[in-house]
Design a binder for this molecule. Sequence first.
Ligand code: FNR
Length: 357
Amino acid sequence: MEGLVCVNDFEKEAMRKLGRSAREYYSSGADDEITVKENVNSYSRILIRPRMLRNVSTRDLSTTVMGKKVAVPLGISPTALQKLAHEDGECGTAKAAETIGGIMIVAFFTTSSYEEVALAAPNARKWFQFFVQKDRSITEGVIRRAEMAGFEAMVLTLDCQYVGKRRASARNPIEFPQHLNLPNDTGDANGELNMSKLHDSMDYGVTWEAIPWLKRISKLPLVLKGVQTVEDAELAVELGVDGLIVSNHGGRQIDTTPATIDILPSIVRAVGHRIEVYIDGGIRRGTDVFKAIALGAKMVFVGRPVIWGLTVSGEKGAHRVLEILRDELDLTMALSGVRDVKGITSDFVCTKAGLSK
Ligand code: FNR
């Protein structure tokens, strides 16, 4: 890992290390990958307005999420099949989240079960991600297992009932090593990984009616992942949802949806006083984390960067990537004249057009 000093360095090294199938699976997006690029590029169009002479001799990066403390406003988005990157898999990334004091969201299609991940990182703050399946008793069973394993919130992914058209996978279907399985997918427990089977059990007809059902069957806070419009954010709030992740699935589902950082301000304006709003997609630098918080995100999550760290050096690599983002955020705060996370306000960012106002 020596010599890898930023997230992009880890990406380059991971691209070198991964076999073609896993490389394409992790990095690809839908269609022409316009949204994949926009997620990243939009951060470069937001400018920072640093303030001077404000005593930044100490900084505090901690904040609260769902009423509980995190050491950093930085968490891990749910990404599937992490053992394709490194044998440490989801247990390794959860331990990395534990060490850094962030939040780990464990995906449904993992190569280690919710229970294994919970045991591996007992002191990490852990949320679990799931889908609504045709057979609601299966979904309910998944929730009960996660409750028993000590997960503290449930994250329903809204944008992936069908899988987006990723051309790389269309050309070369992903190859799974024989020894991996999908232990959370109870419909296919212990079965061999098989991409065509992955989404068979999804409820393609699911509607907002599922939200009151979920609120009824579990006391865990409910977070919706994949909200991209003010309309859906408002519906979520009306139905008593506890948090939103503004996300376009890292550009993997519908191409030409806007960068998440460009939608964030309108969603925060509409519902941010009633519900916590988080964001993922395209975050690669501490300045990106700073900008997302300035524009109203309570917490940011990263997907691919952690996969790249995991690929390069297992749990240690995943941890190093989170450390780099944390240290870059800390330095951005110091250089911008901000001592704590609540001090990162919209006054610290603007667009080029806004500079002349
Ligand atoms: C994902 N994502 C995802 N989301 C989810 O809710 N369940 C899942 O199983 C997966 N799986 C998955 C696999 C891979 C390889 C990637 C890259 C992404 C989406 C993920 O949670 C997140 O929204 C994006 O990865 C965020 O964008 P960045 O940080 O990768 O740019």
